[in-house]
Design a protein around this ligand. Structure first.
Ligand code: R5P
Length: 303
């Protein structure tokens, strides 16, 4: 087995390689003056199963191309099977046509991604339940709820007196899994309205009993508006300590400083995307996916 790490997330790559007891390999990447890139590998991959770790973080399109060229190098060098480990897959929110005349970017990216020779995919907390079904190759889609359940148990003495919250209806399945892991901890849902023209959003209504301590769980934080709107609505309903758990720290410019100033007490994220030093605010705590990824790579059939 051969493991290629993510050049944009070396910290996670090295942790995974350490757990597997292998060396993380990286491709040579050269960028030309016009922005085109050339990728090359010099390691032996003939007749080997190859696992490639890559999150499609910003710059998204560049990372998709870099990954695709790397897969092409590996395939042409004679690898046996190529497994993509893509904790954060791009364009997940664009999984259908919202308005007439729009493209379905996720479908296009999946078609392209599969065409270069990927034979299986691992991902965590995809935006919606239907995403794995959009691929033709086998997809292992897992979630970070066991990491969140452990963290919540470390904070709350009695999990029956906290409220788990999904900041939009799309997260209901996730929150139910988490509640089950915590022995049926109470949960609430927020209905979010987003204006498709302006991107403006508001937390329209909250359903469920709100305790003083709330854990808001989402798949990703981009601008931070979803969770900050959610937090506002929860405070109005009597919440006092609001913790956030979100798997993919996409962090658009300005998101982390707004989170630091917000009434949210702590933000737990995973290392699916490496957070830049400017975004490492005091409130942030990173939970690592190293164990989950290493155990999948060690035995893909067990997931
Ligand atoms: C949306 O449906 C997702 O689950 C997230 O809630 C959303 O993408 C987060 O984006 P932002 O942080 O920009 O509100």
């Amino acid at each position: 087995m051969v493991f290629f790490g993510d050049l944009q997330n070396k910290a996670l790559s090295e942790k995974v390689a350490g757990k597997l007891g292998v060396k993380a390999l990286y491709p040579e990447v050269k960028e030309f003056a016009d922005g085109e890139i050339r990728i090359r590998i010099t390691d032996a991959v003939e007749d080997t199963d190859v696992f490639v770790l890559k999150s499609f973080a910003s710059p998204v399109d560049r990372n998709i191309m870099e990954f695709s060229f790397l897969i092409d190098c590996i395939r042409r060098t004679g690898a046996n099977k190529i497994h993509a480990v893509t904790p954060y897959f791009a364009y997940m929110r664009a999984d259908h046509m919202f308005r007439t005349g729009e493209a379905v970017p996720l479908e296009v990216v999946i078609t392209f991604f599969e065409s270069v020779g990927v034979k299986s995919v691992w991902m965590i907390d995809p935006h919606s339940i239907k995403i794995p079904e959009m691929f033709t190759v086998p997809v292992t889609a897992t979630n970070a709820m066991s990491l969140y359940a452990n963290t919540i148990q470390g904070i709350a003495k009695d999990v029956s007196k906290v409220t788990l919250v999904t900041p939009d209806m799309g997260g209901i399945r996730r929150i139910k899994i988490l509640s089950e892991k915590l022995g049926g901890a109470p949960f609430a849902t927020i209905e979010k309205n987003r204006d498709l023209e302006t991107g403006q959003l508001e937390a329209a209504s909250v359903e469920g009993k709100i305790h003083k301590t709330c854990f808001v769980v989402d798949d990703m934080i981009s601008t931070g508006r979803t969770i900050m709107e959610g937090a506002k609505a929860l405070l109005k309903m009597g919440a006092e300590d609001i913790y956030v758990m979100a798997t993919h720290p996409v962090f658009a410019p300005g998101a982390t400083s707004a989170l630091q100033k917000s009434p949210i007490k702590k933000v737990f994220i995973t290392d699916s995307i490496e957070v830049s030093s400017e975004d490492r605010i005091k409130k942030l705590e990173v939970l690592s996916l190293d164990e989950l990824i290493a155990s999948y790579i060690a035995d893909p059939s067990s997931s």
